[in-house]
Design a protein around this ligand. Structure first.
Ligand code: AMP
Ligand code: MG
Length: 437
């Protein structure tokens, strides 16, 4: 997890008071490396299939068998040798020599002029390569009649290995295991896979004004919501979480929390206390604990952000390192910076092959005020119109403290750096919340 290049060098070419989102993402990407230098036993564990959901595959999974393992019927119908179609008159008549059921193959080989009654999934009888669906035939006592145009030679048969071929990678290392993958692994007879150990992420909130759920609110205080949002977003990413609670705005408390977090976790995330007005002890402390830069990112919400590396030892560069994200305090800014700055780093460090969040074009049906020179992530409600096109409106007031805007929205409206005001009817890009995790 170490890089020789100091963080300050990475930002040198940008205005630190208006770091473009893409530049911040790129710097974070360079610093967020999977833990390849650790011994394999440190970063890999084997788990049974039911525990593999949402985990990151540590190795390619090579198929030990062909799936399907044998040629079989894709339909309920009648199996026969397709070559008969070429020389057939307008209507074929075949006598039924027997039956093939799933799990109960037909033992013999039909002769010319014969077919086998077959059900979906049953082994194709010897000499047969074609299935005519039952609804296209006329059945008579022990024979069937059908038009030669009802089927082409080779149709309605699933070939052995057509889903997955033996010896070929069925799933790649870095894949986050989904529902279909669990089924796929089971179809290969694999009951256990090697997955990456979960990344450990410590998080806490800072602020003397914060109270925990269950406490009473005195004037000027408010409930800490960021820890809950962070907890939820982290859980959705499949990392292990370590909650350090609320940390008071004083040097000793912050230092204690940061050291404890760095000791215990791969990544430390805090919220609050990183804007310009905040006590200088934060910066001072960060520089004694590691290499941390305070950025003003050209994004809204989420302008102030601290990023870098902390060390658990007495001095920077000693003890155990952890990547650090000091997110802004405002609740919506926490979510936006998490999704657009932090998320990819956590995936990369987890060993996952990062996939970009899904971006879709939509027609914006209201005017949005926007200043060029920063990327805005507004909260939107996207729907599809009668013609199937996506259209989007904002949720209304876009203050970075309005958390209800996130609950109401189903997408971020991404207004890119160089764009100015958006007129009703213009195209914008949206990132659906469902595509984020
Ligand atoms: P800060 O970045 O610490 O100046 O905080 C910016 C704003 O976000 C202030 O209005 C804080 O009260 C609010 N805030 C900070 N942390 C939290 C939190 N954990 N939960 C809810 N609001 C917070
Ligand atoms: Mg604060």
């Amino acid at each position: 997890m170490t890089t020789s290049k100091p963080l300050s060098g990475c930002v040198a070419q940008y205005d630190p008071n208006a770091l473009p989102v893409e530049a911040a993402q790129e710097i974070v990407r360079q610093w967020a490396m999977p833990r390849e230098q650790e011994a394999r036993v440190e970063r890999v564990e084997r788990v049974g299939l039911f525990d593999a959901l949402d985990r990151v595959l540590a190795d390619d999974v090579v198929s030990p068998i062909d799936v399907p393992a044998f040629d079989n019927s894709a339909m309920d119908g009648y199996a026969f040798a397709g070559a008969a179609l070429a020389s057939a008159p307008e209507t074929l008549q075949l006598s039924v020599a027997g039956t093939a059921l799933a799990g109960q193959p037909f033992a013999g080989e039909p002769n010319a002029g014969e077919c086998v009654r077959i059900m979906t999934g049953a082994l194709m009888p010897a000499g047969c390569d074609t299935v005519v669906p039952q609804e296209l035939v006329t059945r008579e006592a022990d024979a069937v009649r059908f038009s030669r145009r009802a089927v082409n030679a080779g149709q309605n048969r699933r070939l052995s290995g057509e889903d997955l071929a033996r010896g070929k990678p069925a799933l790649r290392a870095g894949r986050i295991v989904r529902a279909s993958d669990l089924g796929l692994l089971a179809s290969l007879g694999i009951g256990e896979v090697a997955v990456r150990k979960r990344l450990v992420v410590a998080f806490f909130s800072t602020g003397d004004e914060l109270r925990s759920v269950g406490e009473t609110l005195a004037p000027g205080t408010l409930y800490d919501s960021n820890r809950y949002t962070l907890f939820a977003m982290l859980r959705r990413l499949g990392v292990d979480t370590f909650d350090l609670g609320i940390v008071r705005d004083d040097r000793a408390s912050l230092e204690k929390a940061l050291r404890q977090a760095t000791e215990a976790a791969d990544v430390v995330i805090s919220s609050g206390g990183v804007s310009v007005g905040d006590a200088d002890f934060t910066r001072e402390l960060m520089s004694s604990l590691g290499d941390v830069a305070f950025w003003k990112i050209a994004m809204r919400p989420g302008r102030p952000l601290a990023f870098g590396r902390l060390w658990s030892g007495p001095r920077a560069g000693t003890g155990k390192p952890a990547l650090f994200f000091g997110l802004p305090g405002n609740p919506v800014a926490v979510m936006a910076t998490f999704y657009f700055i932090v998320r990819e780093a956590l995936l990369a460090m987890s060993g996952a092959t990062p996939e970009a969040a899904l971006r879709i074009g939509a027609t914006c049906i209201e005017r949005i005020r926007k200043r060029a020179g920063r990327t805005e992530f507004q909260r939107g409600i996207a729907t599809r119109d009668a013609a199937g096109e996506w259209r989007v409106v904002t949720t209304g007031p876009q203050g970075s403290g309005v958390l209800s805007s996130m609950s109401e929205a189903n997408c971020f409206i991404v207004l890119e750096h160089d764009r100015a005001d958006i007129e009703a009817g213009e195209q914008v890009n949206i990132v659906p919340f469902n595509g984020l995790i």
